[in-house]
Design a protein around this ligand. Structure first.
Ligand SMILES: Cc1ncc(COP(=O)(O)O)c(C=O)c1O
Length: 386
């Protein structure tokens, strides 16, 4: 079956976070897609509603099998039911990890730039935020391993929150890069939590490596967090997974979850998760092809019409990191000028100091919307007011 990703669906007045406008602004910001979810997922949810009884649930054997098969067949990540916990979201799990691996006042390391909740959850939970800047060369970010080790030693880091694939830079860290991180963390007894929510959106030519596939012998200090919500554009359903391969660690995480009774998902999340992993493959393949074409189109557009924007081609996902420093020297002016032209992007500065004068562009929308959004960016960046 061919899915229609060109269909423009009006999302205003649906309670959408992304489409919060009363005018015709085009949202190219928060990371959800303007594509209808895969029919097998929607059908399964409809069937659950039709059944008519929406009582308490628990994860079924079929759900565990679907998760285990997906991760085993795509990524050679060998999981057992005992390695899997459920959580309302990856961000809630990031926050939970503070209590699993650290005490109030401990130092936690993240990269900069980084998806903003990595920073806010550390600080809101009373931990000390330490950042290691990514280094840009040849059009992509690299981990600064020497700096990571120096920061670990200097600040007595207890936990490193890694984002793989990386948001906002789009890097899919290679197995060698991850092994280097593992070796440093092992040497200094630092726990690693790997947020892998963008794993399934890895683009052609790149290979995603789950951190847990490398962690043999260090499993007591490694957790990965992932979800079907980003992959299948069902973020409003909420729901995610926590993977750990050490029994004592899983038990500790589970105990932490029980403090706030935070280990259950709702009926629709369980249903969507199972059917996404069982039957979502074809939709995902087509969505990725469409996204890849939108990325190519966008890169070409900037080369032709806004050549001074430096574009970072993502290796995963649909978020493109743009260096707009040739057009403005002020983050707020940059953001406001785009908003005035009725297109919204994420201000790069929200992702840390390295995001100064950068913007994050979401291209997971019908081509017609994207082209109109890009035209509005051209108008804004070429205007005198900026
Ligand atoms: C790296 C990363 N982690 C987590 C999330 C959100 O996860 P959740 O909605 O499950 O809390 C996002 C959403 O954009 C993300 O990019």
């Amino acid at each position: 079956m061919l899915y229609n990703f060109d269909e423009v669906i009006d999302r205003r007045d649906t309670g959408s976070l992304k489409w919060h406008y009363s005018d015709d602004t085009i949202p190219l910001w928060v990371a959800d897609m303007d594509f209808k979810a895969a029919p097998p997922i929607l059908n399964a949810i409809e069937q659950a509603v039709q059944h008519g009884i929406l009582g308490y649930t628990k994860p079924t054997a079929a759900l565990y099998d679907a998760i285990i098969d997906w991760h085993g067949s795509r990524y050679e990540l060998a999981l057992k039911q005992a390695n899997i916990l459920f959580s309302p979201g990856v961000v809630p799990s990031l926050a939970l990890m503070m209590n699993v691996f650290t005490e109030v006042g401990d130092a936690v390391l993240v990269n900069d730039p980084i998806y903003a909740p990595f920073m806010s959850k550390v600080e809101q939970n009373g931990r000390t935020l330490i950042t290691s800047l990514l280094q840009e060369s040849e059009g992509k970010y690299h981990l600064n391993l020497a700096d990571i080790e120096a920061k670990i030693i200097e600040h007595d880091i207890k936990l490193y929150l890694l984002c793989n694939p990386h948001n906002p830079g789009g890097r899919v860290w290679t197995a060698d890069e991850l092994k280097a991180v593992l070796s440093i963390c092992k040497k200094h007894d630092v726990a690693i939590v790997s947020d892998e929510i963008h794993q399934d959106l890895t683009l052609r030519g790149h290979t995603f490596t789950p951190f847990l596939t490398l962690a043999t012998g260090y499993e007591h200090n490694v957790v990965s967090l992932t979800s079907m919500t980003k992959t299948f554009n069902i973020a409003g359903i909420k729901g995610s997974m926590i993977f750990a391969k050490d029994d004592a660690l899983i038990q500790k995480i589970s105990q932490q979850q029980q403090l706030n009774d935070e280990y259950e998902l709702n009926l629709f999340a369980y249903t969507a998760m199972r059917h996404a992993y069982e039957q979502g493959n074809e939709w995902l393949a087509q969505a990725l092809t469409y996204i890849e074409a939108n990325i190519d189109l966008t890169i070409q557009f900037f080369a032709e019409h806004l050549p001074k924007v430096k574009v970072m081609r993502p290796e995963a996902s649909y978020l493109i990191w743009l260096d707009c420093s040739a057009y403005s020297q002020d983050d707020q002016v940059l953001y406001d000028s785009l908003r005035a032209a009725k297109v919204e992007l994420n201000a790069g500065i929200k992702y840390g100091a390295e995001g100064h004068l950068k913007m994050r562009l979401n291209v997971a929308c019908p081509k017609a919307l994207l082209i109109e959004g890009l035209n509005r960016m051209q108008t804004a960046l070429n205007s005198d007011g900026i």
